[in-house]
Design a protein around this ligand. Sequence first.
Ligand SMILES: Nc1nc2c(ncn2[C@@H]2O[C@H](COP(=O)(O)OP(=O)(O)OP(=O)(O)O)[C@@H](O)[C@H]2O)c(=O)[nH]1
Ligand SMILES: [Mg+2]
Length: 435
Amino acid sequence: MKTPNALDALTAQVPPSEKEAARLREVDEAHARAQELARQREEAARAARTTTDSGERARLEEQARVLKEREEEEKRAEYRAKKAADEEARERRKREQAEAQRLVEDERAREAAVVEEARRAEEAAARAKVDAEAGRTLAQGLDKTRSQGFMARLNGLFGQQRQVDESVLVELEEILFTADIGVRTASELVEVAREKLKRSELSDSHRIKDLIRTEVARIVDLPVPRSLEGGGPPHVVMVVGVNGAGKTTTIGKLAAKLTGEGKKVILAAGDTFRAAATEQLDVWAERAKAQLVKGTEGGDPGSVIFDAIKKAQAEGADVVIADTAGRLHTKAPLMEELKKVKRVMDKAMPGTPHEVLLVLDSTNGQNAIQQAKQFHEAVGITAIALTKLDGTAKGGVIIGICDELKLPVVWVGVGEKIADLRRFEPREFVQALFD
Ligand SMILES: Nc1nc2c(ncn2[C@@H]2O[C@H](COP(=O)(O)OP(=O)(O)OP(=O)(O)O)[C@@H](O)[C@H]2O)c(=O)[nH]1
Ligand SMILES: [Mg+2]
């Protein structure tokens, strides 16, 4: 089917109205009558000229005069009808223009609808893609820990149908001390087992598994604080950690979660130290549909974050997430700088940051616990994101962090994709580890 387009519209034809047609007929008829009268008049005049009878001539001349009057009358009628027809035609042209305008507008509306439809389809496809790439589960992230890490060895031990005696405990001790769960936590677990053995509560190795499971569940079951909400608006999050821990990646993932919930998010490129750090965050901001506030390379990180908070306040953003440069927890001047950045944030908006999120790389194992201690001392950590769980067998480090620091692990990174970030759920963790 041919759809009218703008070109058709330019020549939109409105048929003449009945009135206009009647007027045009009147014009033609009056014109014909006038011509007929003219013909009769000329005949009478000619006859008058050729007759020799003066009486007859006078009669013919009088006839020609009367015909002339009637002819004039018809011409006036023709003129009036023509004017009326012109008036009708003008009206028709106006209607034609209006019709053309309407067609153009219809066409525009149709085009807009097509564009809108395409946009919706694209959005739906993007959503479907995100759903399909819903990210790994926590259990998938713990795959290596289960199959290669301390859990594999513990399961080996639990699997043996053997009487529990000191030799089993020695083996348990050895496994737990190399389990990245921290020396203190390992000792505690072994002590609990030894106590039970003394009281003859450990008949076989299955009972040890139950015991360890119960203890681990108790250790990781810390109250999980609210994250990314509750302060502000804007709710302000400062993200810290050692080099390459996964800060920027985690910020991107968090931003995507928030914008997916319809929140307005501003990212602050507070890593002014490393070349290309801002571009990296910019890429994440784009992916996550968040805004980015950036400064100059080598500039003051505090001022970038200050600007981001001010912008968020002015524009009514929901959340600000500030990236910072990676730094070794052992470098005092760098930790001082972090404290200063934090003070600047409080100046921009008193009470901020509402959250100080420490990003820890789980492949660092026990060293992550050391990092957490020092960062906590410097800037007061409120939550931990543990990254790269998918790439390591050292998932046990979560247990050590919870036990030694009593700092809540809130997020776990289980891959490099935007959706590969899980909220840490203690029960899910225990289940994934032991079942
Ligand atoms: N497999 C895996 N890789 C991750 C995860 N999180 C981050 N990464 C990778 O770790 C690397 C470092 O991540 P970044 O986000 O740049 O780390 P950063 O802490 O911002 O690093 P600096 O800014 O240099 O201090 C990147 O290659 C990420 O893709 C995760 O959960 N799983
Ligand atoms: Mg970074």
